[in-house]
Design a protein around this ligand. Structure first.
Ligand SMILES: [Zn+2]
Length: 211
């Protein structure tokens, strides 16, 4: 593989080495599973495997059905709406997606593994409790939240006016700065189950870090 222009060059000199050279950046050599970066002032670091990774990313996704006769909990707050999400817990779909992203980042399975929906303990439980426990779970491996970025897909109710309150609430639960908690809302243009208002879905990505 070889790409060459005035700023960027990749040369694959032999079977096992990949070199990336850029006139503004230090030379990097990737060999087998090891990464070595050396720059002009002799500083060096090596990353050999994920055991030593100080940052990791995770992704979460969740869906709950909208039904009559349930309260609508989203992002840790109760919204005034005629339908609510159905679930064993309070069915806070946004919190569940964030929990799954955190657990995934730490490679600690998923929310159903730790908080089964067959357990009496999790019946109608406030999902903020599950989120707090999830933060404690990743801390057992030395990780804390870096930042979260989440998207909720819902045709109604309109979520944008409630986002600052959700951010404040979740930042407090996760013991982090509000600037580390991004929440976005979108409709799906009336398409699919969210567009037909049959349910609400949520996606979340997180970065976790340790010293
Ligand atoms: Zn859920």
């Amino acid at each position: 593989m070889k790409t060459q222009n005035s700023k960027f060059k990749i040369a694959n000199g032999n079977n096992s080495k990949l070199k990336i050279q850029n006139s503004k950046l230090p030379a990097a050599t990737i060999q087998n599973s090891k990464l070595k970066i050396a720059n002009g002032n002799n500083s060096k670091f090596k990353t050999q495997n994920s055991k030593f990774m100080k940052i990791r990313t995770g992704f979460g996704y969740d869906v709950h059905k909208l039904v009559e006769g349930r309260d609508l909990w989203l992002g840790g707050i109760k919204l005034d709406y005629e339908l609510g999400l159905l679930g064993h817990s309070d069915a806070d779909v946004l919190i569940h997606a964030i929990c799954d992203a955190l657990l995934g980042a730490a490679n600690m399975r998923d929310i159903g593994y730790h908080f089964p929906d067959t357990s009496a303990e999790t019946l109608n439980v406030d999902s903020k409790i599950l989120l707090r426990k999830t933060i404690q779970l990743i801390a057992t491996k030395g990780y804390r939240l870096g930042n979260v970025d989440a998207t909720v897909c819902a045709e109604r109710p309109k979520l944008n006016p409630h986002i600052p309150e959700m951010q404040r609430c979740l930042a407090e639960v996760m013991n982090t700065d509000i600037d580390n908690v991004s929440i976005k809302a979108t409709t799906t243009e009336r398409l699919g189950f969210t567009g037909r208002m049959e349910g609400i879905s949520a996606y979340a990505t997180v970065l976790i870090e340790k010293d």
